[in-house]
Design a protein around this ligand. Structure first.
Ligand SMILES: CC(C)(COP(=O)(O)OP(=O)(O)OC[C@H]1O[C@@H](n2cnc3c(N)ncnc32)[C@H](O)[C@@H]1OP(=O)(O)O)[C@@H](O)C(=O)NCCC(=O)NCCS
Length: 183
């Protein structure tokens, strides 16, 4: 038996936003979000996705959501419309370990949404999927992101030098984690 649960569909309401699965009608807002220059700067991709690539990725995410066990949670964060996205990746089912990532549309920065979104991802990870340890990575200069992680109870565990090779240069990463028993 698998030590983790496959949650689908995800529909997780929170005080600031709702975490849900993607719909085809999200393609244009998702394209707009992932092409914001302040977001592009923080992403690992060589270049931001085209609208065609966004249309192609939504069915791929749906297919990944059907895997058993489900290891990839690509989720939309919605208020009235799309305000961000969140990911939970189960990196090791056997060790009940996963990793989170999040993006908030720059129009909504500084209003607590990033913190609310990360908190929902941790609720999904611990209360629904049944993970024991959740990790996150951010850049040492990215105060908004490491503040989000600290506000949801994640602890800084160290610095990984030259951890990622992004657009022709090496990026250091600060590594955060939280355990189910910490919460
Ligand atoms: C990181 C990100 C999600 C933060 O979202 P947000 O909705 O602005 O976050 P919050 O409003 O919950 O703010 C969280 C904390 O960060 C602080 N903060 C926000 N912007 C900041 C900035 N530019 N510099 C320093 N601190 C900042 C806030 O003041 C708050 O801390 P406080 O409560 O102690 O004051 C958002 O900036 C983002 O989506 N960036 C692009 C994508 C990205 O970088 N994702 C993470 C990759 S590791």
């Amino acid at each position: 038996m698998n030590p983790i649960r496959s949650v689908r569909p995800v529909l997780l309401p929170g005080p600031r936003c709702l975490l849900r699965e993607w719909a085809d009608s999200d393609a244009e807002p998702l394209h707009a979000l992932t092409n914001q220059p302040q977001v592009v700067d923080r992403m690992l991709d060589e270049q931001p996705p085209s609208l065609d690539e966004v249309h192609a990725v939504l069915p791929a995410w749906r297919e990944a959501a059907g895997a058993e066990p489900r290891l990839a949670y690509h989720l939309a964060a919605a208020e009235d419309g799309l305000v961000g996205l969140g990911t939970l990746t189960v990196t090791s089912p056997a060790h009940r370990r996963g990793e989170i990532g999040y993006v908030v549309h720059p129009d909504h920065w500084g209003k607590g949404l990033g913190t609310a979104l990360a908190d929902l991802l941790l609720r999904l990870a611990f209360e629904q999927v049944g993970l024991h340890r959740v990790e996150a990575t951010t850049r040492p200069d990215h105060a908004a992101s490491w503040r989000v992680l600290e506000k949801v109870g994640m602890r800084r565990e160290g610095l990984s030098r030259d951890h990622l090779f992004v657009r022709g240069g090496w990026w250091d990463s600060v590594r955060y984690a939280v355990l189910a028993t910490d919460r």
